[in-house]
Write a protein that binds this ligand. Sequence first.
Ligand code: HAM
Length: 425
Amino acid sequence: MNDLLPEVIDAWQCLEAVLRQVTAAYGYREIRTPVLERTALFQRSIGTDTDIVSKEMYTFLDLNGESLTLRPEATASCVRAGLEHGLFHNQQQRFWYVGPMFRHEKPQKGRYRQFHQFGIEAFGWPGPDIDAEIIAVGERLWRTLGLGPVVLEINSLGSGESRRRFRDDLVAYLTAHESALDADSRGRLQTNPLRVLDSKHPETQSVVAAAPSLIDYLDSDCRRHFDGFCARLDDLKVNYRINPRLVRGLDYYSRTVFEWVTDRLGAQNAICAGGRYDGLVETLGGKSVPAAGFAVGVERVLELLALSKPLAPGIVPDLFIAAFGEGANQTAFVLAERLRTAGMTVISQCGGGGAKRQLRQADRSGARYALVLGDDELARGEIAVKPLRSDAPQFLVSLSKIEHELELLLRSEPAQPAMAAHERG
Ligand code: HAM
């Protein structure tokens, strides 16, 4: 679990601003659900045989003896909230969310125990258009962020009878090759055989290479849905790769599944994953409502962004006020408030110190100008304005006209992103 220190928060806020902008362009509305849910919600939705539910949840009994869990993902919570508030009654819904999720996984690069997901969920559309729309949202997000190359992999898990037939044939095939499987996969063969397809183990992979392929089992409705989805992606000129081995680590999916992957982050290569989950609303007690969505690993996207360009610049303060002497200090403190009221961002030195120290602080603050006030200037009703980002000489401005003069000055040149203190050395 990571602390997010002020020096990284600017990048997070930039990303969040892009999320708001992109989701608004498609009519998705934000939803915020609690980080704690009843444990049964995740058992019923994600599935008791999945790694997430069987090994990775932070679960505890509350004071009433009720089993609660820190959410490992938010799709189930969106369904619960939609059902609880009657949002699925003859209505279609587009939701988005961002927030912390919790999984007790083995910590490694790109895999954390508290991490953040941005996700979207669309309820009430049975056809493949919405599957393609959520892909378009992802693609626009990467483009707006300037993320660099990521690859979209898609597959269809089918549904109902065809899925059962596939599962039976897969189990028969894997059982015949059981001795060549790694220990994990042998375990999964009993509990969650589709997940064997996902194994990274080289010997298991060579068994899996000749295993039956999900996509050959699709019934005609699922096939039509998948073809429609691909056709829409072609219309949008979105590149994709059909990966017949792509399965998901959560049990609620049917038909479309997908992942956006990169080869630049090491083993944890998925930055976004999702798909269709037409059965989940019913599983959780509602009438059948078709649904599809995805979730993005925010930390992974930020790591990827940091590889291709410097992280977003932070807020650039307009002014730093340095003051020397009792009277000057008092005036500077009130003056800072006046300037903020006039719309400027102002860092106060708060507490004095020598000239050299205050000017060093002014430089570190990233501000564009330092205002320097000593008791002498104060007696003359003036203040010195010192440009911090150029070699231009400092000049004096009358205290009575300071707001006006500074507004003109700040408007005359646009703010340049300030470098972080550690970059300036
Ligand atoms: P997921 O594949 O479990 O799907 O997670 C989605 C993304 O969250 C992953 O691709 C990854 O980028 C990020 N992620 C997962 N675990 C970690 C971790 N421990 N540390 C850092 N990042 C992580 C879901 O959660 C589904 N709810 C997605 C979905 C939404 N499907 C339909 N709607």
